[in-house]
Design a protein around this ligand. Structure first.
Ligand SMILES: Nc1ncnc2c1ncn2[C@@H]1O[C@H](COP(=O)(O)OP(=O)(O)OP(=O)(O)O)[C@@H](O)[C@H]1O
Length: 249
């Protein structure tokens, strides 16, 4: 992590760089002055209490919500004026808090839809490995509508990985995923990053997962970043503990 962040000084470019990002809903400032960097090979977490602005951040990154100010760069390319589909084609792929699959299609067809034309062969390899790592092989012939919520999350993750993203954006990747499958998610992400050099930005409430996977963590509260650093620093930071009003971080 430190070595990745030190790359800035060595002139490497970040996979994601968010600068001075503001989002307003009428007079309400949902995000203000957000600055986030994700470097190649990193897994970066965003945490914060309810209403902190995490979902708004995801929506701004993916183009669902228009920022009122600021810039979003993916591998050096400005994204903030691109439509959501264009952002995905450029290499920013996401999962949702509640997995979004085509319910009447098979798991296999859902995964195939994630393979971008630009990376078809690598995508098929990535899908095969992810199916194996997450143990979803027995599900591939089923209709997506017949899966449990946790299974849907795992299949959606396979689909995103199959798109061989430059940046994978995961919205609560282990919400609803049984505890015994969470380690599989961690191993898949680490393996995927090691093989492809991709990076990951994830929003998650599960602190055990966050502490076990993230190289770097940003903490949000009331629409702003109030702290950032590795878990050891974040988990003992007074400002962070205060923001969570005594709940365990
Ligand atoms: N479309 C909208 N119009 C007005 N206010 C909104 C809109 N979307 C979000 N907000 C407000 O912006 C603030 C941040 O909401 P957001 O959903 O981004 O927080 P969050 O950190 O994702 O919360 P949670 O962890 O509960 O999902 C909240 O006060 C919310 O009510």
């Amino acid at each position: 992590m430190t070595s990745n962040r030190a790359k800035e000084q060595a002139g490497a470019s970040a996979d994601l760089r968010v600068s001075d990002l503001d989002v307003r809903f009428g007079d309400f400032k949902a995000l203000e002055g957000i600055a986030i960097e994700v470097w190649p090979g990193e897994i970066v977490g965003v945490i914060g209490p309810n209403g902190a602005g995490k979902s708004t951040l995801v929506n701004a990154l993916t183009g669902v919500v228009a920022p009122t100010a600021g810039t979003i760069e993916l591998c050096g390319r400005a994204l903030q004026r691109e439509r959501p589909n264009a952002r995905a084609k450029l290499g920013l792929l996401r999962t949702f808090q509640t997995a979004e699959l085509f319910g009447s299609l098979s798991v296999n067809d859902n995964i195939s839809l994630g393979i971008r034309r630009a990376v078809a062969e690598r995508g098929r390899d990535a899908a095969r490995i992810a199916i194996e790592r997450l143990g979803v092989g027995p599900l591939v012939g089923l209709k997506a509508d017949d899966l449990s919520g946790g299974e849907r999350k795992l299949v959606e993750l396979v689909r995103s990985v199959a798109g061989v993203p430059d940046l994978l954006l995961l919205d609560e990747p282990v919400a609803g995923v049984p505890v015994h499958d969470r380690q599989r998610v961690i191993e898949l992400l680490r393996d995927h990053i090691a093989r492809t050099g991709a990076s990951t930005l994830l929003i998650e409430h599960d602190m055990e997962f966050i502490s076990g996977i993230c190289d770097w963590i940003y903490v949000m509260a009331a629409g702003e970043i109030i702290a950032s650093g590795p878990w050891a620093a974040i988990s003992t930071n007074e400002v962070v503990l205060e923001a969570y009003l005594g709940s365990s971080v």
